[in-house]
Structures are given as structure tokens and as C-alpha cells.
Design a protein around this ligand. Structure first.
Ligand code: UDP
Ligand code: MG
Length: 319
């Protein structure tokens, strides 16, 4: 649907819900999301064919059975053969709904992200936004650990030049157009929120307060979050490698300063036996090694970027 006809037509919305061991929440989540869909239908925001798609990410509990119980005309489900991870489950959901809807919203099964803002997301979509990010305004329901690590993560990401919306997880609306682009990113190491932010087009945000998990437990313990953060950084930036080069240069400069210092001391007649050669070789050789690593890394970085086969550009409009 192009942005001109959005004002007048009801959009077919697909709500994608990734689930790993979420048997305890499926029933309640379905009730909440369905009533939300009905309300939006009454407001003329979505069409009556809009649906929910559960993606069972290889759960070990009764999640799939629970999805079976609620499935029907408006609730569908797909089951992955094994646990592929949250990001992969989201992608599987989008590949499943691509071509069958006008836009999709991805939301966690535990409804920690407030489904009441779905209406606002749809209104922004109707106004022409291709991507609408759900941004957490208040995170007091998250643990101190989670809040601090998240804040630092976004800081590091920005510092490394990665475009990323702060306090936005994977609760977002993506139009069919942006979804088609997104599915052209064929890389294995998926960090969706980075890719989505990079797509361009008209983007907007809606704000909400993050809630507590309704039931079940978090599937992102500290180590998994750390893994995710490292994946995110390394799949978007080769700057850490370039840093090696600069650190090497600093070592070489330090060696030069020590050299000058040693010469000055020599002429003042205060030479310490063996110190100069030892200290100079440590700083100089470390510098050379780091610069060498940085140069090799630079080439590996280039290869890394190439093998991703990311689309180089996209035309958004023609006249
Ligand atoms: N999830 C998934 N596969 C995984 C881990 C998580 O599909 O390997 C789903 C999970 O069921 C939930 C969402 O991803 O719907 C977010 O996970 P969770 O709520 O545990 O993360 P947190 O909110 O604690 O960061
Ligand atoms: Mg959660």
C-alpha cells in the first residue's frame, strides 16, 4: 500500500510474537492482543483480516500446544525446528508474513512492551511512516543491572558510529516496503535493530513505559545479553580493529619520547645500564605489532563487510 492510499484504506496488520518457553503467557497475551486488534478495527485503523503470528522458537515446554489451543482465523503459528534465537525467530516471522500484510508489528510474548501503543503506531503508519520504533520511556521495572548495561551498550554503539535508537528493543512497526528491504539483508549474524535503523525512509517513534513480565522468566540472562551486545557491535562496526592501529601508533610515539628522554639523560651523565635498550624495545616492538595487527585487521574488516552482501542502496521514490 503506498503512503497516499493509507489515509483511506484499512491496513492489514500482522502482529509477530516470538516465543521461547512461553507456555504460561500465550493465553493471556492472545486475549490482550486480540482485544487490541478489535479496538483498532473499530477505530478504522486495521482491517478485519489482521492477525497474530506466533513463532515458536524451538520451545521445550508446552508453548506449541498452547499456540494450538488459541489458533484460529486470527491467530496463526509457526514452529522452528530448533532454538534459533530471538532475532532469528523475528526474521522467520517476517518472512512468513511478507506479501500477506501491509505492515507488521513485532512484540515480545511477555507483553513487557505496552500493546496499548499499537494504535498510535498504526496512526503514524497511516501518516506515512515506514518504520515506527517503540521506545521505552521508563525502565524502572527492569533491574538496575539491565538498565545500566543497556544504557552503556547504546553509548558504546553510538561511539562506534552505529546508528541505533536508544531504549528501543524489538518492539516496532515495519511497513511492507521496509520489510521487503529488510529481508534483502542476507547476513547470518542478525542484529535487527541496527539494520532497521539503517534502512532509512520516514521513521517515527512512540513512547511507552516498560512493564513487568506477566509470567515466566527472562530468556536474556546477563551472559546472553553480553553475547548479544558483542554480536551487535561486531556486526556493524570494524572500528575496534582500527583502534588497534591507533593504539600501536601511541606505543610508537611513546617509544620516541622515551628515546629523547634517554638521550637527554645520557648527556647529563645519568645513564642507567641496560634500561634504555630494554624499555625502548618493549614499547617499539609492541607498537609495531599492534600496527601490523591493525593493518591485517583492516583487510579482514573489508572482507567481512563484503561477505555480508548487504544491499548497497534502495530507491525510495521515482517520478
Ligand atoms: N525469545 C525467543 N528466543 C530466544 C530468547 C527469547 O524467541 O532464544 C523470545 C521470548 O520468548 C520473548 C522475547 O524473545 O518473547 C524476549 O525475551 P525476554 O522477554 O525473555 O527478554 P527480556 O525482556 O528479559 O530482555
Ligand atoms: Mg521480556
Amino acid at each position: 500500500m503506498d503512503s497516499n492510499s493509507r489515509e483511506t484504506t484499512r491496513a492489514l496488520l500482522a502482529v509477530i510474537v516470538p516465543c521461547y518457553d512461553e507456555a504460561d503467557v500465550i493465553a493471556a497475551t492472545t486475549t490482550t492482543l486480540l482485544s487490541q486488534l478489535e479496538e483498532m478495527e473499530r477505530e478504522g485503523l486495521v482491517s478485519c483480516e489482521s492477525f497474530i503470528l506466533y513463532v515458536d522458537d524451538g520451545s521445550k515446554d508446552a508453548t506449541w500446544e498452547e499456540i494450538g489451543k488459541v489458533s484460529g482465523k486470527r491467530v496463526k503459528g509457526i514452529r522452528l525446528s530448533r532454538r534459533c534465537g530471538h532475532q532469528c525467530a523475528l526474521l522467520a516471522g517476517m518472512e512468513e508474513v511478507a506479501g500477506k500484510c501491509d505492515c507488521c508489528v513485532t512484540i515480545d510474548a511477555d507483553l513487557q512492551d505496552d500493546p496499548n501503543v499499537l494504535g498510535e503506531m498504526m496512526r503514524k503508519y497511516k501518516e506515512g511512516s515506514e518504520i515506527v520504533f517503540g521506545v521505552r520511556r521508563d525502565r524502572h521495572t527492569d533491574s538496575w543491572m539491565k538498565r545500566t548495561s543497556a544504557a552503556n551498550f547504546y553509548r558504546v554503539m553510538r561511539g562506534l558510529g552505529v546508528e541505533c535508537v536508544s531504549n528501543h528493543a524489538d518492539f516496532r512497526l515495519v511497513s511492507a516496503l521496509a520489510m521487503e528491504d529488510l529481508l534483502d539483508y542476507t547476513e547470518r549474524n542478525l542484529f535487527l535493530r541496527g539494520i532497521v535503523a539503517q534502512l532509512g525512509y520516514k521513521q517515527d517513534k512512540v513512547y511507552y513505559d516498560r512493564r513487568r513480565r506477566t509470567a515466566g522468566y527472562s530468556k536474556y540472562p546477563f551472559m546472553r545479553m553480553l553475547d548479544f551486545a558483542i554480536d551487535g557491535i561486531t556486526s556493524f562496526s570494524v572500528r575496534p580493529v582500527r583502534m588497534l592501529f591507533w593504539i600501536g601508533l601511541v606505543f610508537m610515539l611513546t617509544a620516541a619520547v622515551i628515546g629523547v628522554y634517554a638521550i637527554v639523560r645520557h648527556f647529563q651523565g645519568e645513564t642507567i645500564e641496560g634500561w634504555t635498550s630494554l624499555i625502548l624495545s618493549i614499547w617499539f616492538c609492541t607498537g609495531v605489532l599492534l600496527i601490523g595487527l591493525g593493518i591485517v585487521g583492516e583487510y579482514i574488516g573489508k572482507i567481512y563487510i563484503e561477505v555480508k552482501h548487504r544491499p548497497r542502496y534502495r530507491i525510495s521514490e521515482k517520478i
